[in-house]
Design a protein around this ligand. Structure first.
Ligand SMILES: N[C@@H](CCC(=O)N[C@@H](CS)C(=O)NCC(=O)O)C(=O)O
Length: 210
């Protein structure tokens, strides 16, 4: 199994999940600005949308979209003896995990963070996205009050996606990570050894690919 990822991009969530689960997955770095693999292969020949994450199964099948990729990785981990990263279907925790995956993907990632970090996004779009971010993070903060994780009592795919989003939020200078409920969560997520390993790996790669 291969994961196409770009340093510090949203594929960080899948990378983090891989480290949390101990799955054996080949990590293939992609330059999003050049749409190129480190080997010089055109990334658009692999994935025509030109976006990460992309998961390639051993039979050659490709899967894109954070939410789908994270769930597929969690199911694979469960089949290989590391259950719990995606709560069992039919449970309240499962429903809520999908709910938060969707909220993070649509409300935080696409509506706020993607435009804010897009070089060619018009200034007005960036400013509007930035103005929406605190409200979205307040929703997350209120969910996290009195909870250690977004759903259930352990780290799941939703926490992996949120961990990446909060890492980017830290760079926005909006102060959203100081929100009550969010700061304690962010502190303990950042302290997870897997997060530190993932961040160190991707920050190094980011520098070397710049
Ligand atoms: N709808 C996709 C969006 C993924 C996405 O936005 N990936 C960004 C990195 S965070 C990307 O590949 N950007 C390059 C581009 O859009 O050309 C998903 O949910 O996975």
């Amino acid at each position: 199994m291969d994961l196409y990822y770009a340093p510090l991009a949203c594929s960080f969530a899948s990378h983090l999940l891989i480290r949390e689960s101990g799955l054996s997955v080949n990590l293939i770095p992609v330059s999003l600005s050049r749409k190129e693999l480190h080997t010089g292969i055109n990334f658009l020949d692999v994935a025509p949308q030109g976006q990460v994450p992309v998961l390639r199964f051993d039979d050659g099948r490709l899967l894109t979209e954070n939410s789908a990729v994270l769930q597929a990785l969690a199911r694979k981990a469960s089949a290989e003896g590391a259950p719990g990263l995606l709560p069992e279907a039919g449970t309240r925790a499962h429903d809520e995990t999908l709910e938060w995956l969707s909220f993070i993907g649509t409300e935080i990632h696409k509506q706020c963070l993607y435009p804010m970090f897009q070089r060619d996004a018009p200034g007005e779009v960036k400013a509007w996205s930035r103005s929406r971010l605190p409200g979205k993070l307040r929703t997350v903060a209120s969910r996290l009050e009195g909870r250690r994780f977004l759903t259930g009592d352990r780290f799941t795919v939703a926490d992996a996606y949120l961990a990446w989003a909060l890492m980017l939020c830290e760079q926005t200078g909006t102060g959203v990570l100081g929100l009550e409920g969010l700061s304690a969560y962010w502190t303990h997520i950042k302290a997870r050894p897997t997060f530190g390993q993932c961040f160190a790996h991707e920050a190094r790669l980011h520098k070397s690919m710049a």
